[in-house]
Design a protein around this ligand. Structure first.
Ligand code: F6R
Length: 240
């Protein structure tokens, strides 16, 4: 596990964008695992800039997002489909048939998503944010790790954290469909970005704590290629 601390949140996120751009440069038909939320926005901004300057090309890139709310229309601006359109898909030359987000709320929908990832040859680089409770994707703290894409019931902690995007916590969907820990661990390389003081404890437990499904990100200690990028605040408990 590599761990790097940056002076600002923007720098940490842009560094993640750089690792994704490097992957695209080295392999033009890379499979990218993508995340939503506030954290990755500067990474997507950099990718768009590099695309506009002709540094990177998305023509043969395939993407698979981590998660989506259940019961929200894909055209709803608060859906993760809409988020990805706004921040990346509409701004680069990704082919619509090459972008994938999980959707639906059945075991069959989860299995179809796992099959599509496998058929694409697996994920080359997976971008991750982290929840205050240590969740990755929407894999919430639990008694056991999940393997494939599955429907999850969001915890109160996550509903409150995501309420900032909605009119109120009552409007946050209660369920989501998410890649599992097994999907994330199967990615060839994982880049986790964490910014802000509210993530400091989750970062510390992820890197130094016991590997436990109660802190889903802690399993990344076992990943052979995992890079964690934080700003000063999120890295503040990692003293030595
Ligand atoms: C989103 C996702 C979530 C977020 C996490 C942090 O696709 O997978 O795990 O990465 O909730 O969200 P932000 O970045 O908004 O703090």
């Amino acid at each position: 596990m590599e761990f790097h601390v940056y002076e600002s949140a923007r720098a940490a996120c842009e560094a993640a964008g750089m690792l994704i751009a490097a992957q695209i440069t080295r392999k033009g038909d890379s499979v990218l695992g993508l995340a939503t939320g506030s954290t990755p926005v500067p990474a997507y901004e950099k990718l768009v800039q590099w695309y506009q300057k002709g540094v990177i090309d998305f023509d043969r890139i395939r993407t698979f997002n981590l998660d989506e709310y259940v019961g929200i229309d894909h055209k709803n601006p608060l859906s993760y489909h809409a988020f990805m359109q706004e921040h990346l898909f509409s701004k680069v030359n990704l082919r619509p048939e090459n972008v994938h987000l999980p959707s639906g709320h059945s075991a069959a929908a989860g299995k179809a998503y796992d099959d599509a990832i496998r058929a694409a040859g697996g994920i080359d680089i997976q971008l991750l944010g982290i929840g205050r409770n240590g969740h990755i994707g929407f894999n919430e703290p639990a008694k056991e790790f999940t393997y494939g894409t599955h429907v999850v019931t969001l915890t109160q902690n996550t509903i409150e954290a995501n309420a900032r995007f909605f009119k109120s916590a009552d409007e946050v969907p209660r369920q989501a469909i998410s890649m599992g820990i097994g999907n994330i661990m199967a990615a060839k390389c994982v880049v986790l970005v964490a910014t802000g003081e509210s993530k400091a404890e989750a970062v510390y437990k992820t890197i130094r704590g016991p590997i436990t499904p109660e802190v889903p990100a802690s399993i990344l200690q076992l990943h052979p290629c995992c890079v964690i990028l934080t700003d000063r605040e999120a890295g503040s408990l990692m003293k030595d």
